[in-house]
Ligand binder design. Structure first.
Ligand code: ZN
Length: 185
């Protein structure tokens, strides 16, 4: 079992939303330490905490100072948007492990040339479901500057550049597509 929270193979919980409408409320699953997630992608990205009830994840104890600092990061997720050039509100997602918690933000935690990207829900996963993220992420949370500080903006400046470039490429691609559509019309 993942965290002793319930039998995944049993009857769905009474409050489980079913059907396609539920998909929009779920956090999409991405493997820990992968280079892509909902909010960022690239060689510098390490995805963290994009959990799902369909995929097992490590559980156990984490240092209390880690959870406290992680919560502070999550409280400040909005302050990270501008320095990271991340999109804002992407809609609330609900914890599909217990359906008792919802969050809509994402956090970026810099560590040298790596940017850890996690949903705001990650603090809930650690606290309520005893999720143990990779040690690299724990170390980064404990040592990285907090969003909303000049030190944070400086630490993520290079990642912001990459994001801006990706957005420009995306826009160019959209322009190309709309051009093609126009040509076909
Ligand atoms: Zn939960």
């Amino acid at each position: 079992m993942l965290d002793g929270g319930g039998d995944l193979d049993g009857e769905p919980a009474g409050n489980l939303i079913t059907g396609s409408a539920a998909e929009g409320f779920r956090v999409s699953w991405f493997p820990d330490m992968g280079t892509a997630c909902m909010i960022a992608h690239g060689g510098h990205v390490r995805a963290i905490g994009w959990l799902s009830d369909q995929h097992p994840f490590p559980t156990g104890d984490t240092p209390p100072e880690f959870l406290a600092r992680l919560k502070e990061f999550c409280r400040r997720w909005f302050d990270g948007l501008e320095p990271l050039a991340w999109g804002g509100f992407m809609g609330p997602h609900q914890c599909e492990l217990c359906w008792r918690s919802a969050a809509s933000g994402n956090i970026g935690v810099p560590a040298g040339d790596v940017l850890f990207a996690a949903p705001e829900m990650v603090a809930h996963y650690v606290e309520a479901h005893r999720y143990v993220p990779p040690p690299e992420f724990v170390a980064a949370v404990l040592s990285a500057p907090l969003p909303g500080t000049p030190e944070y903006a400086e630490a993520v400046a290079a990642f912001r550049e990459v994001k801006m470039r990706q957005l420009a490429e995306w826009r160019a691609e959209l322009d190309r597509r709309s051009q093609t559509t126009t040509d076909l019309a």
